[in-house]
Structure formats: structure tokens, C-alpha cells
Design a protein around this ligand. Structure first.
Ligand SMILES: [Zn+2]
Length: 397
């Protein structure tokens, strides 16, 4: 028996004993005989080292009365945390079956039962109970709403999430103080629905969801970015480029990612010269170094590393930066100009390329999660918009 199971059994053993003593006066003789029998059966199982059977017998022996209500809640939580939600479900269902259970205990038992179902992977049943809690005025409504929204998100039920937020945002629920973060989440869910509609080729539906996303939160960078994707999907490249320039101006936290996207957008429109022109204007206006890296990368791709302008600009950048990406570009130029050192420089370039490849393109400012993909909702801490570009190496080369 591991230490956790032992502790659980010890708590149950004591809880049943205390429940007996405290509830003794309120019980009839014939009821306590059954409980006693279960209690001693539990002890036998315990002695025989059959912890599962012992837990079941102790649960049977623990009578539901005013004195043992708290004990039931503690045990239910303990069992769920121990990875035994089925037993926690039995405890909370027993509580709910008790006639005349006080309303506050009933709401609490329902909330705990929803958590048990959720832990068991029975999300439909958990969602039904949470929905009831959200619909009634009670002290668990906020918690239930939060949990229900979490289930909708984990189950990718985006529309159900939007409907829930609309319900919560209405005055009837009195959650207006939380309306701002909820509007932000709603905007993301609508943007996700717009993205799904773009993938399905339904651009009219995508536009409707995009409009709802902007109505919910006009500052949501994801909604702004969906506008780019929608225009591109419809073949409206000029509109997509303008929309992307607006996103880059608006959302400084993910510029390297957007510039990568812009490179591919201009490239698929056979307009890398247009990309160069856009970057050149931004650099003149004082844009950060990452714009220079994209500019030089595109210049090298268009003119080749032997070009005089390329050599001059890459060498000038190397004098002012410690960027690995700039170094990689510089080695391109050196390889062209070198006499007999091509293979050594290629080796050096490969080593630097591998170093760059080991770095994460994105990081979460809230929990430190790192990854190679942009997530609008951190997979680790579940915070929204906390994942940003890692500027040092946030460029795919
Ligand atoms: Zn995080």
C-alpha cells in the first residue's frame, strides 16, 4: 500500500469513527447496525491489505447527517485528487440524495459532482450540472461558469463558449465587472470560428464571425490577423498586405511571426520586390532590427550573396549586431567572396543554423512555456495572448 492510500484510509477510518460519535444520538438502532457491519468489514479489508474494498466499506459506513456533511465533502475532494473520481461521485450523489439538504450544501455538492464527472472524462454530464449552476443564483455560479467555459474550450465547442459568454455578460447575471476579459475571450472564440470557416471555404460565414469578433473586442490582434487570412483566401492580395501592415503596427509582441507570414504572402503573390519596398520604408521610419534581417534575407534571395549592395548592407549590419541570423547571412556573403574556404565556412554556417534551430520561436510571458507554434491560449497556463515571439531568434531562416 502506498503512503497516499494509507493516509486516505486513515482519514476515512477516523472520519467514520467521529461521524459515529457525533451522529450517535440522532440515529436509530437498526441503521447503526448496518453501519457498524460496514465499518468492521472495512477494518477487516484494511487488515487484509485490500485498500480498495476497505475504502468502499468505510464510505458505506459513513452516515450522511448534519455532523458528517463536511467530512463527506473533504473525503470527496480527497478521493478525486487521488484519482478515484468514481468513489467521489458516489459520495456526492449520496449527499444530493439526502432529503431536505440545505440549499447551499446542495449547490456545493452539485459543483463537486461536476468536478468529479470532469475528472472522469464525462464532460457532457459535468457540463449539464455546471449549466444548471450557472442558471441559478448561488455562490458557485462564477466558479461553475469558469469551469464550464474551460470544458467548452478543451472540447473545442467554440459556439457553446460564445453563447455562454453572452449569457454571462447579460445584466441578469450581474457579471458586468468581468465583462472585459470575457469580451476578449469571446473575440478569440469568434476568430477561431472565422478561421474554421475560412478553412471550410465559407467566406461569408467567416466574415460574419470576424465581425462578431471585432464587436466583442476591437483590439484583439487575432481578429485583426484573421482579416489578413480571409482577404488572402479570397485572393485579394492587395487588401491582405494592407491588413497585415496594420496588424504589424498594432501587435508589436509577435512582429517576427507576422513578418514571416508577410514573406510568404508576398512570395505567393510573386511580389518579393514589394515586400522589400515595404520593409525599406519601415526601416527608414525606425523599425526594429528584425525588419533589417528580413530585408537582407529577401535581398540575398533576390540578388544573390555576390551582389555588391548585398555585401555592403550585410557587412554594415554585422558591425552593429550580435544576431546569429545576421551572422548566418554574413557567412553567405563571405562564402561567395572567399578563396578556398568555402567548405569551412559552410561547416560554420551549418553549426550556426543548428544553434538557431534549437531556440524556440515563441515563449509565454506568464508561465515560461516555450514552443515553435503561435498559440493564442497558452497550452500550459491557459492565459490568453501571453505567448509572444522570441525576438532573438524569432525568424525562420
Ligand atoms: Zn503560459
Amino acid at each position: 500500500m502506498d503512503i497516499q492510500s494509507f493516509l486516505l484510509l486513515a482519514v476515512l477510518f477516523v472520519a467514520v469513527a467521529i461521524g459515529w460519535v457525533m451522529g450517535r444520538g440522532a440515529r436509530y438502532e437498526n441503521e447503526s447496525a448496518d453501519d457498524q457491519s460496514n465499518y468492521f468489514r472495512g477494518l477487516n479489508y484494511l487488515i487484509d491489505e485490500q485498500p480498495d474494498s476497505a475504502v468502499d466499506s468505510f464510505i458505506e459506513a459513513l452516515e450522511v447527517n448534519d455532523q458528517t456533511l463536511e467530512t463527506h465533502f473533504v473525503l470527496g475532494q480527497l478521493l478525486r485528487r487521488q484519482g478515484q473520481p468514481d468513489r467521489a461521485i458516489r459520495i456526492h450523489q449520496n449527499l444530493l440524495a439526502r432529503p431536505g439538504l440545505d440549499a447551499s450544501y446542495r449547490f456545493r455538492a452539485k459543483y463537486e459532482l461536476a468536478l468529479d464527472f470532469s475528472s472522469s472524462g464525462l464532460f457532457d454530464r459535468a457540463a449539464r450540472i455546471l449549466d444548471e449552476l450557472v442558471s441559478e443564483k448561488n455562490e458557485y455560479r462564477d466558479l461553475a461558469a469558469q469551469k464550464l467555459l474551460g470544458i467548452h474550450l478543451s472540447e473545442h465547442e467554440w459556439e457553446a463558449g460564445v453563447q455562454l459568454i453572452d449569457r454571462l455578460s447579460s445584466r441578469r447575471f450581474g457579471l458586468s465587472s468581468k465583462a472585459r476579459p470575457l469580451r476578449r475571450v469571446k473575440s478569440h472564440l469568434c476568430a477561431q470560428l472565422a478561421e474554421d470557416a475560412i478553412k471550410a471555404g465559407d467566406f461569408t460565414l467567416a466574415r460574419e464571425w470576424l465581425s462578431t469578433a471585432k464587436d466583442a473586442d476591437d483590439n484583439c490582434p487575432r481578429a485583426w490577423f484573421i482579416e489578413v487570412q480571409l482577404a488572402q483566401a479570397e485572393g485579394k492580395y492587395s487588401q491582405a498586405k494592407k491588413a497585415l501592415a496594420r496588424v504589424i503596427d498594432h501587435d508589436k509582441a509577435r512582429v517576427p511571426y507576422y513578418l514571416s507570414y508577410a514573406h510568404d504572402l508576398y512570395s505567393s503573390d510573386h511580389d518579393l520586390n514589394g515586400f522589400l519596398k515595404y520593409l525599406g520604408v519601415a526601416i527608414k521610419d525606425g523599425a526594429p532590427e528584425v525588419f533589417q534581417l528580413f530585408y537582407l534575407r529577401t535581398l540575398v534571395a533576390l540578388k544573390g550573396p555576390a551582389d555588391d549592395e548585398v555585401k555592403r548592407k550585410v557587412t554594415a549590419l554585422m558591425a552593429t549586431t550580435d544576431s546569429l541570423i545576421a551572422t548566418k547571412l554574413y557567412l553567405d556573403v563571405l562564402r561567395q567572396a572567399s578563396n578556398g574556404l568555402g567548405s569551412e565556412l559552410a561547416l560554420l554556417q551549418r553549426v550556426i543554423g543548428e544553434r538557431i534551430g534549437k531556440h524556440s520561436l515563441f515563449k509565454c510571458t506568464n508561465c515560461g512555456f516555450k514552443g515553435q507554434q503561435l498559440h493564442w491560449n497558452c497550452p500550459s497556463c491557459k492565459e490568453w495572448e501571453s505567448i509572444v515571439s522570441n525576438y532573438d531568434v524569432g525568424v525562420k531562416f
